[in-house]
Design a protein around this ligand. Sequence first.
Ligand SMILES: [Fe+2]
Length: 423
Amino acid sequence: MDRHSTLGRFETIRRDTEALTANLAPEDQSIQSMPDVSPTKWHLAHTTWFFETFILTRLDAEYRVFDPAFAYLFNSYYEAAGPRHPRPERGLLSRPTVDIVAAYRDHVGAAMSRLIEHAAESVWREAAPLIELGVQHEQQHQELILMDIKHVFSCNPLLPAYQAPQLHVQQTTTSLSWVEFAGGLHEIGHPGAEFAFDNETPRHKVWLEPFRLAARPVSCAEYRGFIDDGGYARPEFWLSDGWATVCEQGWEAPLYWRREADGEWSIFTLSGHRHVDPAEPVCHVSFYEADAFAKWAGKRLPTESEWEIAAAGLPVSGNFADCGYFHPCADDLGAPPQRAASLPRQMFGDVWEWTASPYTPYPRFRAVGGAIGEYNGKFMCNQMVLRGGAAVTPAGHLRPTYRNFFPPSARWAFAGLRLAEDV
Ligand SMILES: [Fe+2]
């Protein structure tokens, strides 16, 4: 990508992040509702710190650091970048204020624009891939801003809506159909020169037995069947760790579901509180719940290899953040009207789909050296892979090879599931 295009892309992504916070008060932006959640203000500063630390202070001799104390406050997890503020205590940072963080963003943004336009050719060659990584990183934090503010607002008895409630039309769901895939030798992993995270590489061979994949994600109506059948009280469906978590946490439904006095379920969304729509994909379930549901249904979760083979060649379109719903929909918004009945639907957008695959390195994976090597590789333990993106993922951020990952008990991501079965 040339300098002009890079500058446009950098400035657009930075503005997109700030637009997500336009309706938030400074008080909203300072709260940390649980250790996994970061305050909005912290996301705004941390994404800025990333450009300052990994690009400006290394490649621009004239750059003046905005505030040396920020290196401690806004380093997330990079050991090579020095000590940092404990993650569970990000909500204690009443200072710097939202205004100071905005000034920090402006300072770093202006320096980055100068570097992109005027850096010597040798510096530009080194900076360009880091700028793309920083932009991709900021897009990941755009999703985190939405995930996190949803959790923050859900903890307020007033249940504030992040955005104005939209007219919600009860949707209809299709009956569940299946798409069959041949077994044999396949290849997965990122193939080309376009940007991908290191965890998507190297491309490599996998052996698959023939399998079927559900044509759409599991709906709230189907998940309600699991709840009504006592799914949360029957250990036979659960992994041992999952059952321990259900008992310890007192789970009886997905996160953000609430049983009302009339026995019906309501749901908290970024557009406010309303009835659960039976037709929309179930969301905010952990891997444990996804796995238990699949066992209850007599099916299983797909492996990440199966998911990727099924998604290969499909257009990467659907209900992403750019649609503005910020919630999964039953309709496949991005699908061409004449879609083939033989193709799986809603593979991209709506909900991240838990897979049966642990997050481990692909064969012959090597993390790059230095601090940037800490981006993905050091998390390849005790987490599960999710695929496909969600209604809060920026459009254009996803690929069929994209690997997201969370611990199996995590529920605050926009995660659902799709069933698979052996042939
Ligand atoms: Fe980050």
